[in-house]
Design a protein around this ligand. Sequence first.
Ligand SMILES: NC(=O)c1ccc[n+]([C@@H]2O[C@H](COP(=O)([O-])OP(=O)(O)OC[C@H]3O[C@@H](n4cnc5c(N)ncnc54)[C@H](O)[C@@H]3O)[C@@H](O)[C@H]2O)c1
Length: 390
Amino acid sequence: MLRHVQMTQGFPNCIGIGVLGYDGVARAHIHGYTRIRDVFGPEAPLPRLVSVCGRSQDKLTKAALRYGFEKYTSDWMDLISDDEVKVIDNCAPNNLHSEVCIEAARHGKHILCEKPLGRNAEESKRMLEAVQKAGVKHMVSFNYRFVPAVMLAKELIDAGKLGKIYHFRARYCDDSLVNPETPFAWRMDKELAGSGVVGDLGSHIIDLARFLVGEFKAVSAMATTFIPERPLREEKGKRGKVTTEDAFTATVEFQNGAIGTLEASGFCPGRKNFNTFEINGSKGTIIFDLERLNELEVYLDDSSEPTVNGFRRVMTTDPSHPFCRYWWPTGHIIGWEHTFIHEIYHFLRCIKDGEDVGPIGATFEDGYKCAVICDALLASAESHQKVDIS
Ligand SMILES: NC(=O)c1ccc[n+]([C@@H]2O[C@H](COP(=O)([O-])OP(=O)(O)OC[C@H]3O[C@@H](n4cnc5c(N)ncnc54)[C@H](O)[C@@H]3O)[C@@H](O)[C@H]2O)c1
């Protein structure tokens, strides 16, 4: 007997999604929405791709057709005022985070916003106040929390397996800026981006530091811009002034007594997405590298077997590892895009079941606290002074 399944309107768990952006990271988000039910099963929330917003009509039409959005618009207010949109997913450049999110909150939309939350702490605070006032769910897309190996690291630390944490050492390096002819982009304009690698790559490792080790107490940093001008894409022969930092290095103190270092740079030839951290505690060490995201290196002090004690490389693909029971047989690895599927599933489930986004997901409060630290790093680099995190 032929039966029809009603897949969208009227489906009890269906949540209307409006996405700002379709290129860049927005692609990973949209991919996430399309995979939720496939991965998490028929009880998972069902995202409905209602509307997509971008700047060029031609590209928008193509994006809507490519992903199956019902509507498209070049005016983000259309997205926000659409009654069928319940979630605004803000994947726009940083200068469009605060205005869009604050307006979306006023319209009662739940919000997933890309990192960094605002261009600075002041902007981020206003965003936090807006979502709190509106009583909507909010999450910042710190997707690296949702790597199974990172979640396993958190489980080990929270269970006390590493003992007292002494060190957090993180680097986020790539070679995206090393060629002086790499064209000028919005990320190099302080007005649009707020900061350079501090907000772009640094915010990720700051969030991981807070997620895994705890709150910051103070920072000391230096930052620099190696290439002060870049060719403009639109005006041949002309160059634009780079007003953001290309690289930073910082030492940090945590409230629990741990100390650490943070570094981010686009000037590291050969490094592609080298987001790595090492955490040392009184009873062990863990090492993570995003370029090998299915693995966690673990050293646990085991004096009963001193001759063979050493680091072990754990493949974090076992059904017992976070999120992995939803995926493939053990050893069948996952990739960067899957972190967004996990993150989006978590957010939609919190909306559907009325659960808290934190402490697993990063809330706007986490985004604000991260922005305070980003501002402190920049202030320290400017003043050559240690800056306390208040
Ligand atoms: N979580 C991550 O791993 C990750 C990775 C990359 C980027 N990001 C963040 O995502 C955001 C976007 O970065 P990106 O690299 O994807 O940028 P991008 O420039 O590649 O894409 C930006 C998108 O925003 C749209 N847009 C820009 N201005 C608009 C306007 N006025 N109206 C409507 N749409 C507009 C563009 O059409 C485009 O689709 C940034 O905040 C960035 O920090 C996060």
